[in-house]
Design a protein around this ligand. Structure first.
Ligand code: DGJ
Length: 728
């Protein structure tokens, strides 16, 4: 039993971690612990200082030392004397905003809880348990249910929240975070992942300052600019040492992570839907379901924590035929042709690709409606016969005849003003009456909260997928969303739209992925602007970034790897000079970097020299040979690319029998020693041999002394070394 309740103490134990809470004499649920197992009830850490201007609840009478403002609370509410950042805030019918949550009861449920309309971690009923703790406001009939899903072997605990209005009058939810955790002690640093279009998930680590620090998106999507994941760690935590905990939100809309270091140096973290673009009216009897957060922690550093997230995302979040199986090596025509193509050009690319062993041709943007640039056509999901004479069926037939699968690009959530769809349904675009809308890439967003829009999209997309042998869909979205307004909701409920948009998107994806279980869906948002665990529930991979430069990608993929498994990272070899940076990198470096992901190409192979084509052929073979190790092995970040010299990573088979070391050395320097990297995750006593070499090393030597890299000449030099265990 992972969940135990004794003397008001709730204890959740996973294989290596422990989570504790306790109901106190006033019915307040205190957070006691999240970390390594201690074998002890951690309530001895609770302290009750008399802090000026931190008020006391009425029932505490003359005890000036009992304050909601200083105690570690499990779920903090606004308006009742805890002046730190709240997890929940409401407005009652009379305009007041207080919510004083006290313990009512608990339930333990077999299996892992699901959330209506939202993605959630799943598990077989005998592999997970759910704890529900019911809290109630002292003065109204607002009920808050805290849900804890426990995946014991995976060392993962999920948190989500349900708010129910059991009163007679409406209540407005202004904020309802999915995670709230107070940590009274510790000198913490946080790591978050910031960036911009073509530069996603840059790692930033900083000591907590007093006050609130935030990572968030108000863009209607999880965004390029911040990611809905966060790490808290001790100052001395490294890849292989020290305590750290991580939280990942399964949600693709606007989000907010706030961390407050308070007057007593205590830390509070909250995470959930961004409150600036959210409000929800709960009528009598209504419930609101907040999205789920996955939590894990490790006292052995970031590598182990990443392994836990990689494992749970791959096994308990991703779904469908391709969840665990090898993905086809694909070629995408976007950077080869942009909008300028016809069937002959696509077939030529495919013919060359098939000769080099590539499995699938993906036709990107521009195949539908009137779409010769990004100014028009979105919404008209009907083939453009001027470009594809004979239609999709004919093209797909020819691609299939080459022995290749066929995949297609779509951007279903968007509409161009210059489109048949917009001309017939202008009211389906999100815009505010009487105001000029903001355009992004010349386009408007469709109102995904409107069931008619979902019906239309379902009809046209399922028709295309039913009538054609399409085995992959790239699901793109290319603008941030604002101008939130929908004619389908009354005025006072307009702030429900951003969340209803995401619910509509998830409903559509759920239907399509359910009806077409053999199609591989890849999420995309101008590259990696919606790389989140919510999208991975529907699409087991995401296009990592529109920046395909191998050098830049080492940094983007490094940040991405803290939470997201390598199989979820769409990664391609593209042309040089690189279209985003103008940088020249060798085909070997581009190959090594793209192989740390779900691999493909994005260039016109016909423009390559014979030598380069041979290299592509070898790369495809190499990738297929190592794909199982890349997907199922343990991934280690061996060198920090932010240090500026080199980026090296490593895949180690779970039985430690095989190791693939890959990377890029950024610059050769004159008169230098050969570079050395210390490997990790090997069996100390085992013997390993580099493929193609005689020398045998012990695992201990490779981890303590390291391995010498070949002599480097030039810039962005590829590293690819395979070691095999030879002692058994
Ligand atoms: C943005 C994507 O990230 C690109 O790969 C490409 O599909 C374009 N959209 C097409 O418009």
């Amino acid at each position: 039993m992972a969940i135990k309740i004794e003397h008001g103490v709730f204890q959740i134990e996973t294989a290596d971690t422990m989570y504790q809470m306790k109901v106190d004499a006033f019915g307040v649920l205190n957070h006691l612990w999240y970390g390594a197992k201690t074998g002890c009830v951690m309530d001895y850490l609770l302290d009750y200082p008399d802090v000026g201007f931190s008020g006391n609840i009425y029932e505490a009478e003359n005890q000036r030392t009992y304050s909601l403002d200083t105690l570690p609370l499990e779920y903090a509410s606004g308006g009742v004397g805890d002046f730190r950042v709240p997890a929940i805030s409401v407005t009652h019918e009379n305009g007041s905003c207080a919510l004083d949550l006290r313990y009512q009861e608990y339930h333990i449920v077999k299996g892992k809880c699901r959330i209506p309309g939202l993605p959630a971690v799943y598990a077989a009923d005998d592999k997970a348990e759910t704890l529900e703790i019911v809290l109630k406001d002292t003065a109204t009939d607002v009920i808050v249910i805290l849900k804890y899903g426990v995946l014991e072997q995976e060392n993962v605990i999920t948190r989500s929240v349900v708010v129910c209005n059991q009163g007679k009058t409406p209540v407005i939810l202004n904020r309802v975070h999915s995670l709230c955790m107070d940590i009274p002690y510790g000198d913490w640093e946080w790591i978050h992942f910031h960036g911009r279009h073509t530069k996603e998930r840059q790692v930033e680590r900083a000591a907590l300052i007093h006050g609130i620090q935030e990572s968030s998106s108000g863009r209607g999507m999880s965004s390029h600019q911040q990611n809905p994941t966060v790490l808290l760690c001790e100052r001395n935590t490294t890849e292989n040492y020290g305590f750290c905990m991580g939280a990942a939100l399964l949600y693709s809309g606007g989000f907010q992570t706030q961390i407050e270091r308070d007057q007593l140096d205590q830390t509070r973290i909250v995470m959930g839907i961004h409150p600036d673009t959210f409000a929800w009216q709960l009528e009598e009897g209504d419930s609101f379901y907040a999205p789920e957060v996955m939590l894990s922690c490790s006292d052995k550093g970031f590598a182990e924590l990443s392994h836990r997230f990689h494992h749970v995302i791959r096994n308990n979040v991703c779904r469908g035929k391709y969840k665990l199986s090898p993905r086809p090596v694909l070629i995408n025509n976007w950077e080869a042709t942009y909008f300028d193509f016809n069937s002959t050009k696509i077939e030529e690319i495919a013919r060359q690709a098939s000769a080099l062993g590539i499995d699938m041709m993906v036709l990107d943007d521009g195949w539908f409606g009137k779409r010769d640039s990004d100014c028009s056509g979105l919404g008209d999901w009907v083939v453009n016969e001027k470009k594809l004479q004979g239609g999709l069926g004919r093209l797909i037939g020819r691609i299939n005849d080459l022995g290749m699968k066929f995949g297609i690009w779509m951007e279903p959530e968007m509409v161009s003003e210059d489109s048949e769809l917009y001309r017939s349904h202008p009211e389906w675009a999100i815009r505010i009456p009487g105001r000029a809308p903001m355009r992004g890439r010349y386009q408007l967003a469709l109102d995904m909260s409107n069931p008619e829009v979902i019906r239309y999209l379902h009809r046209v997309i399922s028709k295309i997928l039913r009538e054609n042998n399409i085995e992959y869909v790239k699901w793109d979205i290319n603008r941030s969303i604002c101008d939130w307004y929908t004619p389908t909701l009354p005025e006072r409920r307009q702030l429900e739209l951003p969340h209803r948009y995401i619910l509509g998107l998830y409903e559509l994806l759920e239907r399509l992925t359910g009806e077409f279980p053999d199609i591989l869906f890849e999420g995309c948002c101008g590259g990696g602007g919606r790389f989140d665990a919510g999208m991975l529930y529907y699409c087991p991979q995401t296009w990592c970034s529109d920046d395909t430069d191998a050098h830049e990608r080492t940094v983007i993929q490094y940040g991405t790897s803290f939470f997201y498994p390598i199989s979820t990272v769409g990664s391609h070899v593209s042309a040089v000079p690189n279209h985003q940076t103008g940088r020249m990198t060798s085909i070997q470096a581009r190959g090594a970097v793209a192989m740390a992901g779900s691999f493909g190409y994005e260039l016109d192979l016909n423009t390559l020299s014979e030598e380069e084509k041979q290299e592509v052929k070898e790369q495809v073979k190499t990738y297929k040979r190592y794909q199982d190790l890349i997907y199922n092995g343990l991934y280690y970040r061996v060198c920090d690319p932010m240090a500026g010299k080199l980026s090296v990573w490593e895949f180690v088979a779970k039985d430690q029998s095989e190791v693939l070391v890959q990377g890029v050395v950024y610059r050769a320097e004159p008169n230098e020693l050969r570079k050395r990297v210390r490997l990790t995750g090997l069996a100390e006593e085992a013997e390993y041999q580099v493929e193609g070499e005689e020398t045998v090393y012990t695992g201990a030597a490779l981890m303590a002394g390291g391995i010498l890299l070949p002599e480097i000449k030039g810039d962005d030099v590829a590293i690819q070394i395979c070691l095999k265990r030879t002692d058994r």
